[in-house]
Write a protein that binds this ligand. Structure first.
Ligand SMILES: [Zn+2]
Length: 216
């Protein structure tokens, strides 16, 4: 059942004293570092966010912070409406993260990355012959596509968040830009991104090799 996230005010009161559990901060930094190590994003591009349990507060990567170098001091704290709650300015795609977190209550973590194979795959997916993705059902059915909009814009945030209303969609490929993947927590979102990027890589390399054989 797709229900948007609704704040429980009693829970919000309880979380005021300790807005960000230590474990969530540790997970946040671990996944930030893994993104670059796994070649899933580059430089200061991309970013991750996670909702603090039982609150309307969100941890999100800071402005122009490279994922591999992120430290606790680089994590911004905002509310779901985008109000900055600590001294760290949030990353460029804050609108995208928050709109996506608000779509479904089971979405508690968002990763936006610039993974090259999945991004390239998204560009050609709709032009592939019917049945070509028969052996890649996860890649085929779990991904959707958002047309190009300017980075950091509200238009981009809405075009990315929209497809996540469908429960089966876990990844939205953003035209000529990157991907956004969701999960119940940061690790689940990361594993999804990692496996989808691997599948897209296999698909692309297979297509290239088949083409080489055909033209021999
Ligand atoms: Zn981006």
């Amino acid at each position: 059942m797709n229900r948007p996230y609704v704040l429980n005010r009693t829970s919000e009161e309880k979380m005021r004293k300790n807005p960000a559990p230590k474990k969530l901060i540790e997970d946040f930094l671990e996944i930030s570092h893994r993104l670059r190590q796994g070649g899933l994003t580059f430089g200061a591009g991309g970013g991750i966010s996670a909702r603090i349990p039982r609150s309307s507060k969100v941890l999100i990567k800071g402005w122009e912070v490279a994922s591999e170098d992120a430290r606790e001091k680089d994590i911004s704290l905002v509310d779901l409406e985008g109000k900055q709650l600590n001294h760290v300015k949030p990353c460029l795609e804050t609108h995208l993260h928050l709109e996506t977190l608000k779509v479904r209550e089971d979405i508690r973590a968002v990763i936006h990355a610039h993974s090259p194979y999945l991004t390239s795959f998204g560009k050609v997916k709709k032009h592939l012959p019917k049945g070509r993705l028969r052996n890649y059902p996860f890649l085929n059915l779990s991904t959707d596509f958002a047309p190009y909009a300017d980075p950091g814009s509200k238009e981009l945030a809405h075009s990315v968040a929209g497809p996540f209303r469908k429960e089966e969609v876990i990844c939205v490929i953003m035209e000529d830009h990157g991907v956004t993947v969701v999960g119940a927590d940061l690790f689940k979102a990361y594993y999804r991104l990692d496996i989808l990027e691997g599948m897209a890589k296999t698909f692309i390399l297979t297509e290239i090799l088949l083409e080489t054989i055909k033209n021999k």
